[in-house]
Design a protein around this ligand. Structure first.
Ligand SMILES: NC(=O)c1ccc[n+]([C@@H]2O[C@H](COP(=O)([O-])OP(=O)(O)OC[C@H]3O[C@@H](n4cnc5c(N)ncnc54)[C@H](OP(=O)(O)O)[C@@H]3O)[C@@H](O)[C@H]2O)c1
Length: 245
């Protein structure tokens, strides 16, 4: 039995991951913002086969509460085999252009909050000398575009932070996985028109669990996004700035 800790547990992608781990009879510790949804998920995971499910309710934008949250998790879980960070928001770029507070809020949830949690978690997991830290970044972090560069900058910063953390924790026996999904059909993207490039949360969740098992460093999900982002990164800036992307 493994112990899986999930931050942003009520996210559509995280829920799909949690269901896969529950089916295998693992222990789960959920961190969700909405008390009712988190409790409902905990009960559902128990029914699906989880050995044990504990949870905490937290607004993860409140950085000052992170040390207490991590202490609560450590009291419940003697060992953390997998820590998955899934919380995030997709801000409206036009609103961010007009309102610096919205920009700062998005940066806080998508970058500062994960960095704070990862700093605390890394120190705990370094001591245990085992386990995997898996974090949902995004393909949006691979290149800045006018339509979502606040979100993209936060995810890009997060991906770089994870590179450094991986480099630091490799010798300590802790794997760090950067997850870069493309378009996924979840509440976050409910207002978007869907097309051929879109994936379901369940499909992405399978890829996440497999990558954790294999102790991969970085994964694009679905895998074809690796090729798409390779091409997008090759476009010279002198041309890229003229495109309306
Ligand atoms: N959907 C995509 O196309 C896509 C693509 C690439 C990457 N991602 C990333 O995938 C991750 C999961 O997103 P999703 O697509 O599954 O969307 P989602 O279902 O909307 O999940 C987002 C989750 O983040 C939580 N959250 C937001 N702000 C929070 C805060 N201050 N404190 C605690 N929790 C907070 C939300 O909690 P509430 O339920 O309480 O609001 C929700 O559970 C995110 O990091 C997202 O950036 C998504």
């Amino acid at each position: 039995m493994k112990t899986i800790v999930i931050f942003g547990a009520t996210s559509a992608i995280a829920k799909a991951v949690a269901k896969l781990y529950a089916k295998e009879g693992n222990k789960l510790f959920l961190v969700g913002r909405n008390p009712e949804q988190t409790q409902t998920l905990a009960s559902d995971l128990k029914v699906r086969g989880a050995k044990e499910v504990a949870y905490a309710v937290a607004d993860l934008a409140k950085i000052e509460q992170h040390p207490t949250l991590i202490a609560t998790i450590k009291q419940s879980c003697t060992q953390i085999d997998v820590a998955l960070l899934a919380h995030g928001i997709l801000p409206n770029q036009n609103e961010c252009n007009q309102n610096v507070e919205k920009t700062i809020d998005a940066m806080t949830v998508n970058f500062i909050s994960p960095v704070s949690l990862l700093t605390l978690l890394a120190n705990e997991m370094q001591v245990q000398g085992a386990g995997t830290i898996a974090v949902i970044s995004s393909v949006a972090g691979d290149r800045g575009r006018q339509s979502n560069y606040v979100y993209g900058a936060a995810k890009g910063g997060l991906s770089i932070f994870l590179q450094g953390l991986r480099n630091r924790l490799h010798a300590k026996g802790v794997a760090v996985l950067t997850i870069k999904p493309g378009f996924v059909d979840t509440p976050m993207t409910a207002s978007f028109k869907k097309g051929a490039l879109w994936a379901k949360p369940e499909q992405v969740a399978k890829g996440i669990v497999k990558a954790i098992e294999k102790r991969r460093d970085e994964i694009y999900l679905p895998a074809f996004w690796k090729g798409i982002m390779f091409v997008i990164r090759q476009i010279p800036e002198s041309l890229f700035k003229r495109l309306s992307l």
